[in-house]
Write a protein that binds this ligand. Structure first.
Ligand code: ADP
Length: 495
C-alpha cells in the first residue's frame, strides 16, 4: 500500500510530544512491512535540520495557493529521515505561518494549520506521484490536520484527487481546534450547503466550528491511541463534548494502543547511554548508569531507589500528585528526579520556586527544560517512573521506562491502564503478568499508598524485584502489533 501520513510533528527533528513519536514509530514499522510510506509536515523554520538528510527544494512542484483573500506561493521540499521520505510544505504567505521559531503557540495556530491542510491537498492533487492515479491511504492526526478530511470530501475529490481510505487518529481530545466561521471561508468551504446533523450544527447553534469533530465526521475511519481511552471518549466525563459524536460513529471508531520505537528506545544500543544493557546481557550496567546519573546530577550516593518523572507539566499530568510524589519519595528515603517543562507560565514558575526551595536537598534534582539526551539517562538510571495523569490517552513514558528496566507507577486511566498491570493487585480479566504499580483515585492519599507499596516491594524482596524489572523489559510494546492493527483498518473494505 501507498500510505501518506500528514501530521504536525515527527520525532526526532520536529518533536513536541508523543504525537511525534507515533508518526516516526508507526511509519518505520509500516516500511518494515513493505508498505510505501511518506510523511508530510509543515516546513517550520525551527525543525532540527541537522537530523534530516538530502534536503532539497523541489523546484518543479511549487504552486500558487490561496488562504482567505491572500494568494501566495507554496514551496515543496523533500528530505529523508533515515529510510523515510519526508515532504515539507512551505506556504510563503505574508505573515510567515511556518517562520515563527515555534511549532505551536501562535494566536493564529488555527489559521496556520488549516492553511497547511489546504496547501497539502493542493500539492497531493497537482503534483504527488500516484500509482493508477490513486492514493491508498491518507492518515491524518489531531486537529491540526483534521480539516483534510472535510476538504477532501468537499473539494478535492471533485478536483480529481482519489484517496481510497482516509484515516483520522485522535491523540488527545483535550485539544480540539475551535475555529470561527471565517476559517471555512478562508479555505473556500460554503458550509450552508450542508444539511443538519453534520459538524456544521455547532456553527449554527454556537457560532464555532470544531476541527477535531470534522475529522471524526468526514474521515472513513477514526482511531484513538488506546482501547480504554476509546471507551472513555464515548462517556460524558471523558469525551470533552464529543462523546455523542463518537458514539454515533462507533462502528468506525476504534482504539489501538500506541507502540514505542524499539529501535530508538533500546538500552542495548542507545547512543546516548555511557554503557549498554539488556535484560539478558550486561544487565548490571543499568546500575553503572545509575551511579553515573547520581554523579552527573550531584545526588547523594545512597542505597535507595530513584523515582523519576519526565513530562510536560500541564494539568492533565496530575500536577498536585507529582508534587505529592516528590515529598512522599523524600519521606520514604528515596530520591526524585523531575525532567519537565510547562507551556503554562504559572506552572513553570510554581516548579521553579519548588526547585529553589529544595535546592539544598541532595536527594532531589529538577531539570526544568526539554532535554532528550538526559531523558535517556533518567529512563535507564531510575528504579521507578511515576505517571499520575488525570487522564492519559496512551502515554509513552511508562512504556519507555519499562523498556529501560524502570518500574512504572501509574494511575488507572486510558492507555496507562492498558499497558501496566499491577504486580500485587492483578485483576482476573487482565492478560499478562504484573509489571508495575497502579492506583485509581486521583488524590494525594493514593500517591502515599502506591509509593509505600512500591518502596516496600523494592526493600523487602530483591529477587522478586529483579524479576519484576526484567519482566517489564521483556514486554513487547514495539510497533509490531499496533502497525498490523492499523494495516487492518487501512485495508478493511467496511470503514
Ligand atoms: P504527551 O504527548 O502528552 O506529552 P507522552 O507520554 O505521549 O506524553 O509522550 C511524551 C514524550 O515526550 C516522551 O517521548 C517523553 O520522553 C518526552 N518528553 C516529555 N518531556 C520531556 C523533557 N522535558 N525532556 C525530554 N523528553 C521529554
Amino acid at each position: 500500500m501507498h500510505i501518506i501520513q500528514i501530521a504536525s510533528e515527527c520525532a526526532p527533528f520536529a518533536k513536541v510530544g508523543g504525537l511525534s513519536d507515533v508518526i516516526l514509530g508507526l511509519s518505520r514499522e509500516l516500511i518494515q512491512l513493505k508498505h510505501t510510506v511518506e510523511i508530510i509536515l509543515p516546513k517550520y523554520d525551527c525543525i532540527d535540520y541537522s537530523q534530516l538528510q538530502n534536503l532539497i527544494l523541489d523546484g518543479e512542484s511549487s504552486f500558487e495557493s490561496k488562504y482567505g483573500e491572500e494568494k501566495f506561493q507554496v514551496r515543496i521540499w523533500r528530505a529523508r529521515y533515515e529510510e523515510i521520505p519526508i515532504i515539507l510544505i512551505e506556504p510563503l504567505n505574508a505573515s510567515g505561518f511556518m517562520h515563527r521559531g515555534y511549532f505551536y503557540g501562535g494566536e493564529d495556530d488555527i489559521e496556520r494549520f488549516t492553511c497547511f491542510c489546504r496547501a497539502t491537498l493542493d500539492y497531493l492533487t497537482l503534483f504527488h506521484p500516484k500509482e493508477n492515479n490513486r492514493l491508498d491511504v491518507v492518515h491524518i492526526h489531531d486537529w491540526q490536520t483534521a480539516l483534510c478530511a472535510l476538504l477532501y470530501q468537499d473539494k478535492y475529490r471533485q478536483k480529481g484527487l482519489d484517496i481510497i481510505k482516509m484515516v483520522f487518529t485522535i491523540h488527545n481530545l483535550e485539544y480540539q481546534g475551535i475555529a470561527g466561521e471565517h476559517i471555512l471561508r478562508n479555505v473556500s468551504i460554503d458550509w450552508w450547503y450542508y444539511k443538519e446533523g453534520t459538524v456544521f450544527e455547532d456553527l449554527e447553534k454556537y457560532g464555532y466550528f470544531n476541527l477535531l469533530k470534522s475529522g471524526c465526521i468526514y474521515a472513513d475511519h477514526v482511531t484513538t491511541v488506546s482501547p480504554t481511552y476509546a471507551e472513555e471518549a464515548k462517556t460524558p466525563l471523558g469525551g470533552r463534548g464529543l462523546d455523542s459524536c463518537l458514539q454515533s460513529i462507533q462502528d468506525r471508531f476504534s482504539g489501538i494502543l500506541n507502540g514505542i520505537d524499539f529501535q530508538y528506545w533500546n538500552p542495548a544500543k542507545d547512543p546516548y547511554l555511557p554503557v549498554k544493557y539488556s535484560s539478558k546481557r550486561f544487565f548490571n550496567n543499568k546500575y553503572e548508569i545509575q551511579k553515573q546519573l547520581r554523579d552527573r546530577l550531584q545526588l547523594e550516593i545512597v542505597q535507595q531507589p530513584i523515582v523519576s518523572c519526565i513530562t510536560r507539566l500541564v494539568p492533565q499530568k496530575g500536577i498536585s500528585m507529582i508534587k505529592k510524589a516528590i515529598f512522599k519519595t523524600l519521606e520514604l528515603g528515596g530520591q526524585f528526579i523531575l525532567l519537565g517543562s510547562s507551556p503554562i507560565p504559572e506552572i513553570q514558575k510554581e516548579f521553579e520556586d519548588l526547585k529553589e526551595s529544595l535546592s539544598q536537598n541532595k536527594n532531589i534534582h529538577f531539570e526544568m527544560r526539554y532535554n532528550e539526551e538526559l531523558s535517556h539517562w533518567i529512563y535507564a538510571g531510575s528504579d521507578f517512573f511515576i505517571v499520575p495523569s488525570l487522564f492519559e490517552p496512551c502515554g509513552l513514558t511508562q512504556m519507555i521506562a519499562m523498556r529501560y528496566g524502570t518500574v512504572p507507577i501509574v494511575r488507572k486511566t486510558g492507555g496507562l491502564q492498558d499497558s501496566v498491570i499491577d504486580v500485587e493487585y492483578r485483576n482476573t480479566d487482565e492478560v499478562g503478568e504484573g509489571v508495575g504499580f497502579v492506583f485509581e483515585f486521583p488524590d494525594e492519599n493514593s500517591i502515599d499508598w502506591v509509593l509505600e507499596r512500591a518502596f516496600n516491594y523494592w526493600h523487602s524482596n530483591p529477587k522478586e524485584w529483579k524479576k519484576l524489572v526484567k519482566r517489564g523489559m521483556e514486554v513487547d510494546y514495539s510497533w509490531k502489533k499496533p502497525a498490523l492493527e492499523y494495516v487492518n483498518i487501512y485495508q478493511s473494505p467496511y470503514s
